[in-house]
Structures are given as structure tokens and as C-alpha cells.
Design a protein around this ligand. Structure first.
Ligand code: S3P
Length: 444
């Protein structure tokens, strides 16, 4: 087990790069496998989650290798996927397993999926229900992993309206739609991250997205597209960038820049909320790369005030709520987050982990099934180091390590190795701008 201790630090300063975007990395590998020809990928996030998807694709018969710094995916079209010899283990990765289940359901193969303890307890009904429409045969107990899917030889195009705003469900349905002869249609009440749509369009698929009168978003994809193999240059991850940004906002005199970050507006809700709180956040040097807006984020220490986060913004900051809670603890007044029930279905129950731990420190935090409210600016400084467990949730681990940088006696996070599922290099990158971290490897 790895434990990291974080202790009160002086201002953060400097310029950093965080690793490549996790969502786009999964998709570049999967869509590369669907194309015909060699897809090349620059700045792939080499984290445990993405490597789990990469290894599962290899089991499905796709040749993937690294040449210098560039990953090469040899796509032979969807018809070339094979029934794997072993169960596909996606580790901690919800994105990996849900997207691959969509892909497999549309192919004439059979595959079984499993994950680690956290992934095995997460709900899969959200993807298995629409996938049944395509005619896939699905075996599962209580809609949880392990799941076995026998894909339909001639899949029926799915027509689905989701009550969840979930890019994983949307992408799962769209990937299934690639092998159908008709039109797949997917509607969501609030638009979720659209990397899959953008990347499919970039590769030549006929895919349209439009807002309906009631404000919902509908995507239509024509089946059997010829997907051109492309070069993907992956921008850096705005969800990882949220951690150094949060610390810079709350430690006096901090001033940092985070370079080449994906600034797709369906991913930047955290930064929008911080601006509303009075935080100094500037997006600079913006440009378009492979269909995505990319730029640098400039963050300075700011005096913040509490806000009510608009519910429509929730999908665009869904992964940032744990670290947003930490920031809210240092804002004047109350911050309210509603409509966040799905946080209970992430790598851990993130509402419970944030609320229980913050209350243990002495912050004023309350929750309901689908909301958190925090009264900030309370002077909290425990008299001794407090230890918390990551619950194998990378974002919980990183959020409390960020909080520890404001505590005289520090915070110890156990099972901190989970951080490498999304942000390998977190420890050194944060240290390079002034974070006071110490690492221990505990031999069990
Ligand atoms: C992701 C979508 C989100 C997010 C996850 C990555 C994706 O999940 O929480 O980290 O890459 O599609 P949901 O779609 O379940 O909200």
C-alpha cells in the first residue's frame, strides 16, 4: 500500500503540464480499432484505466504498439474483432467497460467483462437496457459485473432516450450503432461530453447532433460508416488540471499556469463555477486541435464567495465535485450543489466520502440523497494529522491531498496508489509547483 502525506505549503507557482485526457484516450484507442488502417495517437494517457482498455482491445484481436512516443492502433474494421480467450478485466474503469460493452454487442463475438471491487459494484443497467434493443444476448446478475455479452450478427439500430446525462451511456450506444445497417438515435436531457461524436465526425462518420425544442440533445448516427484512420493529438485533462487549480485558488499568493488543456465547454463547468465564485481563472492561447479547443489555464489565489451551482452545469463538472467541495470550504458563505445523485455511483460514493471526511475535519457540510451544501471559511485546523482511506477512488485521494496542503498537521491518504488510474505523475507535478508531499510505501 502507498500512503501520501500532504502538509501545509507556501504559495504554488510555476507552469505545469498534466497528463493527457482520460476520456479522449479511451476513445482514441477504441475508435482506432474500428477504423481501417493505422491510427496514431500522441500524448495518450498511460494510466491504469486507459491501459486496461488497451489490453482488452488486444484480447479482442487488435494490434496496438508503441513506437517511440506514439501509440499505433492497427484497425481492421469492426468485423475483425475476435472472441477473446479470457475474461476482459477492465480494472477500475467505468468508461472502459461501458464503451467496450457497446462495441462488443454490435459484433458477432462473445465476451465476458469483469473489474476490480469498485467497478464490480457499479451499476451497468444504464448500458445493458439500451444494448438489449440491439438484439445482443446479455447475462448478468442484478445488472452488475461480471457480464457476458453475445453480440448480434445483424444488430438492430438502437433508439433510446436516457434520463441520465451520461457520456458513457451515449458512447456505448453510438459504438453499438457503428455495425448496424440503419440509423441509431440517442437523446439526453442535458448534453454530456461529446468527444465520441466529435471524433467520429473527424473520422468521416455521418453523425448529427441537434437541440430539440424541449432543450434535450439528440444524436443520430448512420450505421456502417467508413472510418478513416487518423492521427489523434490528445490534449491534457481538464479534470486533472482541476487539482492544482483548486490549490492555487486557496493558498495565498499562488499563481500557476497549466498548459495545453482540453477546454471543450462540456468539460469546463468547474472553471465556470469558480469564476462565478470570484476566482481568477483565465483561458489563454486557445486553438483547435483534432476538433477540440485546447489552451492554457492561468489561475491565481482569489477571495471566493459561495454559489448555487446551476443543475444544468452538473454534467460538465461531474468529475470535479470532490475537489470543488474542497474549494467551497474556503469560500465565504454557502455553496449548494444539487442534482448530483450520480456521484454515489462513481468509483466510490463520492457524496458520502466527501461529506463524512470533511465533517470529521470540522467543516460545515450537509448532504441529502442528491445534494451537498457547504458553509465555507470556517477556521479548521485539526491538532493532529488525520488519516483517510481513498476507498480506491483516485479523485477522493487527490482531493484530500490537496486539502492537506492547508493543514498545519497534514493529512495522510492511505491506498494512494489509486491515483495512477487517472493522474500518473500527480505527486511529482504537484511537488514541482510547491506542494509539500511525502510518500510512504507500506509493506503489508
Ligand atoms: C466519462 C463520462 C463520465 C465521467 C467519467 C468519464 C466518459 O461518466 O464521470 O469519468 O469518458 O465518457 P458518466 O457518463 O457516467 O457521467
Amino acid at each position: 500500500m502507498v500512503s501520501i502525506i500532504s502538509i501545509k505549503s507556501k504559495k504554488l507557482s510555476g507552469e505545469i503540464f498534466v497528463p493527457g485526457d482520460k476520456s479522449i484516450s479511451h476513445r482514441a484507442l477504441i475508435l482506432g480499432a474500428c477504423a481501417v488502417g493505422k491510427t496514431t495517437i500522441e500524448n495518450l494517457l498511460e494510466s491504469q484505466d486507459v491501459l486496461a482498455t488497451l489490453n482488452a482491445l488486444k484480447e479482442l484481436g487488435v494490434s496496438i504498439k508503441k513506437n517511440q512516443k506514439i501509440w499505433e492502433v492497427q484497425g481492421n474494421g469492426l468485423g475483425s474483432l475476435i472472441t477473446p480467450n479470457k475474461i476482459l478485466n477492465l480494472g477500475n474503469s467505468g468508461t472502459g467497460v461501458r464503451l467496450l460493452m457497446g462495441l462488443v454487442s454490435g459484433c458477432d463475438i462473445t465476451a465476458s467483462f469483469i473489474g476490480d471491487e469498485s467497478l464490480n459494484s457499479r451499476p451497468m443497467k444504464r448500458v445493458l437496457v439500451p444494448l438489449k434493443q440491439s438484439g445482443a444476448e446479455i447475462q448478468s446478475d442484478n445488472f452488475k459485473l461480471p457480464v457476458t455479452i453475445k453480440g448480434n450478427k445483424i444488430p438492430i439500430p438502437i433508439k433510446y432516450t436516457s434520463i441520465l446525462s451520461s457520456a458513457q451511456v451515449k458512447s456505448c450506444v453510438l459504438l453499438n450503432g457503428l455495425t448496424t445497417t440503419g440509423k441509431t438515435s440517442y437523446s439526453e436531457l442535458v448534453k454530456s461530453r461529446d468527444h465520441t461524436e466529435k471524433m467520429l465526425h473527424f473520422m468521416g462518420a455521418s453523425i448529427q447532433s441537434k437541440y430539440l425544442k424541449d432543450g434535450s440533445n439528440r444524436i443520430e448516427l448512420k450505421g456502417l460508416p467508413y472510418l478513416k484512420s487518423k492521427h489523434f493529438k490528445i490534449p491534457n485533462d481538464p479534470s486533472s488540471a482541476a487539482f492544482p487549480s483548486a490549490v492555487a485558488l486557496i493558498i495565498p499568493d499562488s499563481d500557476i499556469k497549466i498548459k495545453n488543456v482540453c477546454l471543450n465547454d462540456l468539460r469546463t463547468g468547474f472553471y465556470e463555477s469558480i469564476r462565478e465564485m470570484g476566482g481568477f481563472i483565465k483561458f489563454i492561447n486557445q486553438k483547435s486541435i483534432s476538433g477540440e479547443v485546447v489552451g492554457d489555464i492561468h489561475v491565481k489565489y482569489s477571495k471566493l464567495k459561495g454559489i448555487v451551482v446551476p443543475q444544468k452545469r452538473v454534467p460538465s463538472m461531474i468529475d470535479e465535485f470532490p475537489i470543488f467541495c474542497i474549494v467551497a470550504c474556503f469560500a465565504e458563505g454557502e455553496t449548494i450543489m444539487r442534482g448530483i445523485k450520480d456521484l454515489r455511483n462513481k468509483e466510490s460514493d463520492r457524496i458520502k466520502e466527501m461529506v463524512d471526511n470533511l465533517n470529521e475535519f470540522g467543516f460545515s457540510v450537509k448532504s441529502t440523497t442528491d445534494s451537498i451544501s457547504i458553509i465555507g471559511n470556517k477556521k479548521v485546523n485539526p491538532k493532529k494529522e488525520i488519516a483517510i482511506d481513498s476507498k480506491f477512488d483516485h479523485r477522493i485521494a487527490m482531493s484530500f491531498l490537496c486539502l492537506g496542503l492547508l493543514m498545519e498537521k497534514g493529512i495522510k491518504v492511505n491506498n494512494a496508489e489509486t491515483i495512477s488510474t487517472s493522474f500518473p505523475g500527480f505527486y511529482n507535478i504537484m511537488k514541482s509547483i510547491g506542494a509539500n508531499f511525502k510518500k510512504y510505501r507500506v509493506i503489508e
